[in-house]
Design a protein around this ligand. Sequence first.
Ligand SMILES: Nc1ncnc2c1ncn2[C@@H]1O[C@H](COP(=O)(O)OP(=O)(O)OP(=O)(O)O)[C@@H](O)[C@H]1O
Length: 251
Amino acid sequence: MIKIKSLSVYYQNNIALSNISTTLDDGDLVAIVGPNGAGKSTLLKSIMQQITIKSGSIDLGDLSLKNIAYLPQSSQIDHTFPITVTEFVSAGAWQRTSFWRVFSKHEQHLLKQALAKVDLEDMAGRQISQLSGGQFQRMLFARMLLQNAEILLLDEPFGGVDAQTTELLMRVVQECQQQGKTVIAVIHDLALVQRYFPTTLLVATNLIAAGKTADVLTQQYLLQAGYQHFAYCAVHNSFNNPATSIEKRAS
Ligand SMILES: Nc1ncnc2c1ncn2[C@@H]1O[C@H](COP(=O)(O)OP(=O)(O)OP(=O)(O)O)[C@@H](O)[C@H]1O
């Protein structure tokens, strides 16, 4: 269980998160949603202790940071770094391997398994600079799977990914949850959230709402978060098809 109490984070004098209090239960599948600049990535980075918090606390209970895997936004990684897919993914096992990254047969098996899970075995020897956006995202998932952490923090895991790959990766996420892992993901696609995520945190610097997804993605809360269009979609329960809802709105 992760307990967040009165968390506030600033960048210089600019507030990114204000007085956030919530609890993230073990084994839950949680979406963090909110408009651009709402503080979603900052919340994940705060849990990862990558940034200094101004006030409040984050209690990880018995967990150490080693038990948390973090999938960053793809844009935060240097895609031109001269390294193969296998070398990149093998970094997920760093806590179990020696400084020289000597892989046992078992670790090699786990590595192959992780690549197979995301359908990337054929790309194992490729330079990461030669991957498409969707392949790069699958590689990030493989590295995270190899880490085998108890808590998975995913920052826009489906950014730039087509519908078919999103389905594949979403199945991977669901499998992780079925294995008892806690998954917390920043997601922009509210239809996806509605379909797959039982729990949602709606953030707009403040915590607007938290709880069952259906209770959070309401017109009132979405408007409060600054989502004009999605608030309209909530009334018609049509996050699935923004085009249709825009037509409805016009008629
Ligand atoms: N390193 C930084 N230095 C200064 N300000 C920052 C920094 N990182 C983020 N911010 C600011 O903090 C606020 C929250 O940013 P954050 O990236 O957490 O939002 P987000 O909800 O993840 O946004 P997005 O959906 O656009 O990725 C924004 O106003 C952003 O401009």
